[in-house]
Write a protein that binds this ligand. Sequence first.
Ligand SMILES: [Zn+2]
Length: 115
Amino acid sequence: MNRTLLALCAALTVIGGSTAIASPAKHHVVKHVASKATKAQKIIDVWTCPINMDHVTAKDQAGKPQVIGHFRVHFCCGSCPPVWAKLSPKQKLAKAEAAYKMDLKSKKAASSKKK
Ligand SMILES: [Zn+2]
């Protein structure tokens, strides 16, 4: 009885060992994709209100910043966060992207003024 169990265990170990040998390549691929995904998720602060497209500063932002996709948007006034909350994730992302582009434009304008 004990001998058959031992033999069964040995057989299972062999089977388990062979699948372990076959899988490392697959494991490697999964790991690689995962590390790529975390790299892409760097959060960008957007200092243009996605609702009014007004410039926002850290001092006078209203409500809590909201993260959508890889953007963190800040609101210019108290009436904007409720409007934002009613948008669909797709609309939020579109507005965050538009606000981000405005942000880049105003940054460029600010740096050209200094010159
Ligand atoms: Zn606002």
